[in-house]
Write a protein that binds this ligand. Structure first.
Ligand SMILES: [Zn+2]
Length: 176
Protein backbone atom coordinates (compact mmCIF):
# COMPACT_ATOMS: atom_id res chain seq x y z
CA UNK A 1 0.00 0.00 0.00
CA UNK A 2 1.28 3.40 -0.89
CA UNK A 3 2.35 5.43 2.06
CA UNK A 4 0.18 8.44 2.63
CA UNK A 5 2.21 11.57 2.19
CA UNK A 6 2.06 14.27 4.80
CA UNK A 7 1.79 11.77 7.65
CA UNK A 8 4.73 13.39 9.36
CA UNK A 9 3.75 16.35 11.45
CA UNK A 10 4.95 19.52 9.80
CA UNK A 11 5.90 22.79 11.41
CA UNK A 12 2.99 25.15 11.05
CA UNK A 13 5.02 28.31 10.56
CA UNK A 14 3.51 30.46 7.85
CA UNK A 15 6.03 32.80 6.25
CA UNK A 16 4.95 35.53 3.84
CA UNK A 17 7.21 37.17 1.29
CA UNK A 18 8.06 40.61 2.64
CA UNK A 19 10.94 41.46 0.31
CA UNK A 20 11.71 41.41 -3.37
CA UNK A 21 15.33 41.00 -4.48
CA UNK A 22 16.63 42.26 -7.80
CA UNK A 23 20.02 40.85 -8.80
CA UNK A 24 22.23 40.17 -11.80
CA UNK A 25 22.11 36.73 -13.42
CA UNK A 26 25.89 36.33 -12.93
CA UNK A 27 26.87 32.81 -11.87
CA UNK A 28 29.60 34.16 -9.57
CA UNK A 29 27.00 35.81 -7.36
CA UNK A 30 24.10 33.40 -7.23
CA UNK A 31 25.12 31.23 -4.28
CA UNK A 32 26.85 34.13 -2.51
CA UNK A 33 23.72 36.24 -2.59
CA UNK A 34 21.53 33.36 -1.41
CA UNK A 35 23.86 32.89 1.57
CA UNK A 36 23.41 36.46 2.86
CA UNK A 37 19.89 37.57 1.92
CA UNK A 38 18.57 36.59 5.36
CA UNK A 39 20.87 39.24 6.89
CA UNK A 40 19.13 41.90 4.81
CA UNK A 41 15.64 40.93 5.94
CA UNK A 42 14.50 42.60 9.10
CA UNK A 43 11.79 40.13 10.06
CA UNK A 44 11.47 37.56 12.86
CA UNK A 45 11.79 34.56 10.52
CA UNK A 46 14.18 35.59 7.80
CA UNK A 47 14.12 32.56 5.55
CA UNK A 48 11.94 32.16 2.44
CA UNK A 49 10.77 35.73 2.69
CA UNK A 50 11.73 37.07 -0.70
CA UNK A 51 10.77 36.93 -4.34
CA UNK A 52 13.68 37.16 -6.75
CA UNK A 53 13.95 38.80 -10.15
CA UNK A 54 17.27 38.45 -12.01
CA UNK A 55 18.44 40.11 -15.18
CA UNK A 56 21.87 40.98 -16.60
CA UNK A 57 23.24 44.05 -14.85
CA UNK A 58 20.54 44.06 -12.12
CA UNK A 59 19.64 47.80 -11.80
CA UNK A 60 21.37 48.68 -15.05
CA UNK A 61 19.36 46.03 -16.91
CA UNK A 62 16.27 48.15 -16.22
CA UNK A 63 17.81 51.59 -16.66
CA UNK A 64 19.60 50.83 -19.97
CA UNK A 65 17.90 51.52 -23.31
CA UNK A 66 19.62 49.01 -25.59
CA UNK A 67 17.02 46.35 -24.77
CA UNK A 68 13.90 48.28 -23.73
CA UNK A 69 11.89 45.06 -23.38
CA UNK A 70 13.97 44.16 -20.32
CA UNK A 71 12.68 47.15 -18.37
CA UNK A 72 9.14 46.51 -19.52
CA UNK A 73 9.35 42.87 -18.45
CA UNK A 74 10.77 43.90 -15.09
CA UNK A 75 7.91 46.28 -14.30
CA UNK A 76 5.36 43.66 -15.34
CA UNK A 77 7.01 40.95 -13.23
CA UNK A 78 7.39 43.35 -10.34
CA UNK A 79 3.68 44.21 -10.49
CA UNK A 80 2.79 40.52 -10.59
CA UNK A 81 4.97 39.80 -7.55
CA UNK A 82 3.22 42.56 -5.56
CA UNK A 83 -0.19 41.18 -6.55
CA UNK A 84 0.77 37.63 -5.60
CA UNK A 85 2.52 38.66 -2.39
CA UNK A 86 0.87 41.82 -1.07
CA UNK A 87 2.93 41.75 2.15
CA UNK A 88 6.05 42.80 0.26
CA UNK A 89 7.22 46.05 1.85
CA UNK A 90 10.84 46.26 0.77
CA UNK A 91 12.81 46.02 -2.46
CA UNK A 92 16.48 45.05 -2.26
CA UNK A 93 18.48 46.20 -5.28
CA UNK A 94 21.63 44.06 -5.34
CA UNK A 95 24.24 45.03 -7.92
CA UNK A 96 27.74 43.52 -8.03
CA UNK A 97 31.23 44.77 -8.86
CA UNK A 98 33.03 43.48 -11.99
CA UNK A 99 29.66 43.14 -13.71
CA UNK A 100 29.91 42.07 -17.36
CA UNK A 101 26.61 43.73 -18.25
CA UNK A 102 27.89 47.04 -16.85
CA UNK A 103 30.86 46.67 -19.19
CA UNK A 104 28.42 46.39 -22.09
CA UNK A 105 25.81 49.05 -21.24
CA UNK A 106 27.10 51.48 -18.67
CA UNK A 107 28.90 53.98 -20.88
CA UNK A 108 25.83 54.34 -23.11
CA UNK A 109 23.72 55.22 -20.08
CA UNK A 110 26.04 57.46 -18.10
CA UNK A 111 28.66 58.58 -20.63
CA UNK A 112 31.54 57.42 -18.40
CA UNK A 113 33.90 54.47 -18.32
CA UNK A 114 32.91 51.57 -16.09
CA UNK A 115 35.42 50.80 -13.36
CA UNK A 116 34.42 47.35 -12.13
CA UNK A 117 36.46 47.66 -8.95
CA UNK A 118 34.58 50.77 -7.78
CA UNK A 119 31.09 51.16 -6.33
CA UNK A 120 30.57 54.51 -8.10
CA UNK A 121 28.68 53.35 -11.20
CA UNK A 122 26.52 51.04 -9.06
CA UNK A 123 25.81 53.86 -6.66
CA UNK A 124 24.59 56.07 -9.49
CA UNK A 125 22.49 53.46 -11.31
CA UNK A 126 20.86 51.93 -8.23
CA UNK A 127 20.09 55.50 -7.13
CA UNK A 128 18.38 56.15 -10.41
CA UNK A 129 16.31 52.97 -10.20
CA UNK A 130 15.46 53.66 -6.58
CA UNK A 131 13.96 57.02 -7.55
CA UNK A 132 11.90 55.36 -10.30
CA UNK A 133 10.62 52.73 -7.89
CA UNK A 134 9.74 55.29 -5.24
CA UNK A 135 7.83 57.33 -7.78
CA UNK A 136 5.76 54.35 -8.93
CA UNK A 137 5.40 52.70 -5.52
CA UNK A 138 5.72 55.40 -2.83
CA UNK A 139 4.82 53.02 0.00
CA UNK A 140 7.69 50.60 -0.72
CA UNK A 141 11.06 50.85 0.99
CA UNK A 142 14.01 50.53 -1.42
CA UNK A 143 17.47 49.46 -0.21
CA UNK A 144 20.63 49.48 -2.32
CA UNK A 145 23.32 46.82 -1.88
CA UNK A 146 26.44 45.77 -3.75
CA UNK A 147 28.21 42.40 -3.83
CA UNK A 148 31.99 42.75 -3.93
CA UNK A 149 35.02 40.46 -3.57
CA UNK A 150 36.37 40.43 -0.02
CA UNK A 151 39.97 40.40 -1.32
CA UNK A 152 41.39 41.03 -4.73
CA UNK A 153 41.03 37.99 -7.00
CA UNK A 154 39.19 36.09 -4.29
CA UNK A 155 36.22 33.85 -4.86
CA UNK A 156 34.68 34.97 -1.61
CA UNK A 157 32.36 37.96 -1.60
CA UNK A 158 30.51 40.19 0.80
CA UNK A 159 27.44 42.37 0.44
CA UNK A 160 27.59 46.02 1.46
CA UNK A 161 24.86 48.61 1.97
CA UNK A 162 25.48 51.44 -0.50
CA UNK A 163 23.73 53.92 1.79
CA UNK A 164 25.65 52.79 4.88
CA UNK A 165 28.94 51.11 3.88
CA UNK A 166 29.61 50.12 7.50
CA UNK A 167 26.79 47.60 7.15
CA UNK A 168 28.36 44.65 5.40
CA UNK A 169 27.91 40.86 5.57
CA UNK A 170 30.32 38.17 4.41
CA UNK A 171 28.89 35.63 1.98
CA UNK A 172 29.68 31.97 2.52
CA UNK A 173 33.18 30.80 1.68
CA UNK A 174 34.03 28.50 -1.20
CA UNK A 175 36.28 25.47 -0.86
CA UNK A 176 39.42 25.65 -2.94
ZN1 LIG B 1 26.50 41.17 -13.54
Amino acid sequence: MAKKSGGKKKKSVEVDATHLVLSCIDHRCTDDLASVVHHLIDEPQQWNRYDHIALPGASLGIVQHMFPAWGEAFWQQFGAALTLHPKITTVLLVDHLHCGAYKLFYTAVDDREYDGSSRDAHDRITGRLKRKLEKRYPSLKVERWVLEPRDEDALDWRVTNLDDPDESYDCHEHDE
